[in-house]
Design a protein around this ligand. Sequence first.
Ligand code: B12
Length: 369
Amino acid sequence: MEVTLSSIIEDATKIPLVPLASVAEYRQKTEEMTSLVDAELASRPDIMELLGYNALQVMYENHKHHALFMATVLGVGGYELLARTVPWVYRSYHSHGFSYDYFPIELEAWQKAISRCLDKELGREISAVYSWMIDAHDKMIKLAEMPGDDLPVSEQWFEIKEDFRNRLLEGDFQGCLAIANHYVIDQQTLQALYLQIIQPAMYEIGMLWEEAKISVAQEHLASAVVARIMATIGSTVSVSEKTKGKAIVTSAVNEFHEIGAWMISDVLYHDGWQVRYLGANTPGTDLLTMVDDFYPDLLAISVTMPFSITAVKNVIASIKENVLHKDLKVMVGGRVFNDNPELLEFVGAHGFAANTDEALRLTRNWQRP
Ligand code: B12
């Protein structure tokens, strides 16, 4: 039978949901379980072959991310996120040298750790989720070997985007800036630079990293050039009067991807919002304190990685409980929502936008009368 992402997602919906008490116990015991899994795998005589001679540290990092990710998946109450992410994990680690055989071995080690650290009753349901992943191993390999999707770019911008991406990879700040300066004259063309050039170029750079065709250093170089371009070009566009209200824009806690949030902040600012942009990794409690002090009309939170979802849900719940913020609108966005729209209901925001264009459309309904 042909394996497709939708068939795996469909299959994953049959896994029974895990009770909240089990999730809480899993969360509480993550460190203990991670140490057991680390130790068991590190002691295997064939570990270096399984890791493709990567340093053990790479595996330890993976186990840390795995525990955070699974705690999120189990808490969300649905397995689409799991079904979409596992093929990515296979593809990305395999292109960086890991053997596919590593995954079922790792997952069995997690099952053992679960049975040792968690209450028997509570652990049983979680173990079933791991059994599903182990059983789906061959299908996951097939999905991992299918090509990832590129972001569609209109024909008009295609060549320019290619040129811009190549220059990003060379760290050619002046060349990228010349392209940006050439095209950006107003708010619309700034948006086009973001949506048609920088965003797809960065997605492609992500794919190149995932396929181990470029190094982390090259990705960092490209991100740093983008940051310098954005810092420079935004100020060349004339600014509307600040009549639309106050906004805070930030990335979630533990979220180090900030370019998308920065774009949202820029387009809101140019559209007439008074914006406080906080950048990456803002802790929930500090964000809430700023919301109390600044009293914004709009809070925009960006999330790329799945593991910050629960923290965002908690921030939004606190805001909704506070009668003083009853008129505050919370808008979320970022890659994890674009890929997994079912998470929107889980976080409970007032709105979601897939990109800068949609964010402007949504917030125009929300501006102060
Ligand atoms: C650059 C980059 C980084 C940089 C970020 C630097 C920076 N200053 O931001 C650094 C090095 C920090 C990084 C780290 C990691 N990264 Co990274 N990264 C990327 C990369 C290549 C580009 C991100 C980007 O700038 N995109 C461009 C922006 C404009 O797009 P966007 O964020 O989607 O934003 C648009 C919309 O989503 C929306 N939007 C965004 N935010 C918001 C907010 C609101 C309110 C609204 C309405 C809309 C909205 O509007 C934006 C504009 O249209 C992506 C590839 C990709 N596909 O995105 C990988 C990627 C996201 N990273 C990935 C990974 C795995 C990681 C790491 C785990 C790697 C590691 N092993 O350490 C860490 C995680 C760190 C962490 N805790 O957050 C994976 C995630 C895969 C997955 N399935 O989850 C990706 C997809 C790469 C890949 N192809 O495998 N990364």
